[in-house]
Design a protein around this ligand. Structure first.
Ligand SMILES: Cc1cc2nc3c(=O)[nH]c(=O)nc-3n(C[C@H](O)[C@H](O)[C@H](O)COP(=O)(O)OP(=O)(O)OC[C@H]3O[C@@H](n4cnc5c(N)ncnc54)[C@H](O)[C@@H]3O)c2cc1C
Length: 423
């Protein structure tokens, strides 16, 4: 796909477009090609495997490897999608993958959480060193994990207890704590861990650390048995006197010390920047939810045209047809929010009303509602594991929970629109 080195690709991607492309709903040829290419993989490889991996509840290494072989999983692929100056390629790719299957989709895309963190907070040298190691190669595929949540720190990230202490004599950080719910936790080559360096400062005393491959003391804890996205691996991660070199602190020590000094003096931290990063990443998650919703809607529409009761296809009942009309309308509305926020994030239009959170909130709730309605349209068949809408409904529900619950999105939006500190 490309012969550039990782450093060259990163340097090219770090900046944003000089001229902001206008927001457009008309896809250009590159975007259409990417969409069609991912759709082909989703339809030909992911869909046929979806049921099997959901039942097995195991990480589908061979499918991730197939994705790597065609360039869909890997550093160059991500860089290519991110390079789209309109910001639409990333949601397009995610919608198509999750239309194929959400569990496998998360197995393929889970690494990007860690990559986004390195990309957002790392120095160019750190990006060049660690991002390629998150993916490995097509012959030796690796994954990465982003570990922020803990048993007592979910929505309340400021409660993170995992701590990092600097050992000046050895220029090493010593990390101790327990992480919960980590996607790819324990099976990852690279773990990005959020730890506190000063608990009194709450989330402003946090820093992100790279845990290099095979570092002693970093171990997988219990694997989580889940309701949905069961092909994706989720586990606790134990961090027991984990020693990492000083340069594993993302952004570097000088920058951290400056930031902490600013905060201790009561000056503004870079909280605004962190918020902008979340706002920019949330639409991508929203696009995944839309992919699931679209898959369930399409299945229900086809079924409603085929299934005959009372001598006519069930779609000829307004109760069914109007539900399908609402499903399609809601999906399209959610997609517009996602595309708007993706475009804003890429072109650095300020998120004055938390438009990224709006897109994730809407897409998650649409996916949960649409997949539940799809089960209803299929009747008894919808409730069985023989038909995919049951799985899609289980998969969709996570979009009301992770990457900020629906309530937390509403908190962010209500604070942004009101200027008040809503609790
Ligand atoms: C499958 C899966 C994968 C995950 N992957 C990762 C990962 O890779 N990395 C990672 O760091 N984390 C991950 N998480 C964790 C996820 O981000 C958290 O589950 C999520 O942030 C919610 O935290 P919690 O589960 O502790 O719920 P809690 O924070 O305990 O919330 C419980 C309920 O209370 C509500 N609530 C809490 N505070 C408020 C408030 N102030 N106002 C109104 N309502 C509130 C919530 O909305 C929710 O409904 C994953 C979780 C799951 C289930």
């Amino acid at each position: 796909m490309t012969t550039q080195t990782s450093e060259e690709i990163i340097e090219e991607q770090v900046g944003t477009a000089d001229e902001k492309p206008p927001f457009s709903l008309e896809l250009n040829q590159d975007q259409k090609d990417i969409k069609e290419w991912v759709h082909g993989f989703a339809e030909g490889v992911m869909r046929p495997a979806a049921h099997e991996w959901d039942e097995k509840e195991e990480f589908p290494w061979e499918i991730v490897q197939e994705a790597a072989k065609i360039g869909l999983y890997g550093f160059e692929g991500i860089a290519q999608f991110f390079a789209d100056e309109s910001g639409l390629s990333l949601p397009l790719v995610n919608e198509e993958m999750f239309w194929g299957d959400a569990g496998i989709g998360m197995a393929i895309s889970g690494t990007t959480l860690a990559v986004a963190s390195i990309f957002g907070q790392g120095t160019p040298e750190q990006m060049g060193e660690w991002i390629p190691q998150c993916f490995g190669t097509a012959d030796d595929v690796k994954v990465a994990a982003f570990c922020a949540s803990e048993p007592d720190a979910g929505s309340d990230v400021s409660a993170v207890r995992t701590n990092a202490k600097y050992d000046e004599a050895k220029d090493e950080w010593v990390i101790n704590g327990q992480k919960a719910w980590a996607t790819n936790g324990g099976i990852a080559n690279i773990h990005v861990v959020i730890a506190t360096v000063d608990r009194e400062l709450g989330s402003r005393g946090h820093a992100a650390f790279i845990i290099p491959p095979n570092t002693p003391g970093c171990e997988q804890g219990a694997k989580v048995k889940k309701h949905g996205i069961r092909a994706s691996h989720t586990a606790d991660v134990h961090l027991d006197d984990v020693r990492v070199p000083g340069n594993c602190l993302l952004g570097g020590k000088e920058k951290l010390d400056e930031r902490l000094a600013r905060v201790r003096e009561g000056k503004r931290s870079k909280g605004q920047a962190a918020m902008a990063t979340f706002e920019a990443s949330r639409p991508v998650v929203g696009a995944q939810a839309i992919g699931i919703a679209r898959a369930a809607y399409e299945f229900a529409l086809d079924y409603a045209k085929e299934r005959v009761q009372f001598g006519r296809p069930i779609v000829e009942n307004q109760a069914i047809a109007f539900t399908l009309a609402d499903m399609k309308t809601e999906i399209d509305a959610a997609r517009l929010l996602v595309w708007r926020a993706s475009w804003m994030g890429r072109t650095q239009v300020p998120f004055e009303n938390a438009e990224g959170s709006m897109s994730k909130l809407k897409a998650g709730e649409v996916a949960t509602w649409v997949t539940e309605r799809a089960i209803q349209i299929l009747g008894g068949n919808g409730y069985t594991r023989e038909f995919p809408v049951e799985r899609m409904h289980r998969d969709a529900k996570i979009y009301d929970i992770f990457e900020g619950t629906a309530e937390i999105q509403r908190l962010v939006i209500s604070r942004a629109i009101s200027g008040h500190h809503i609790k």
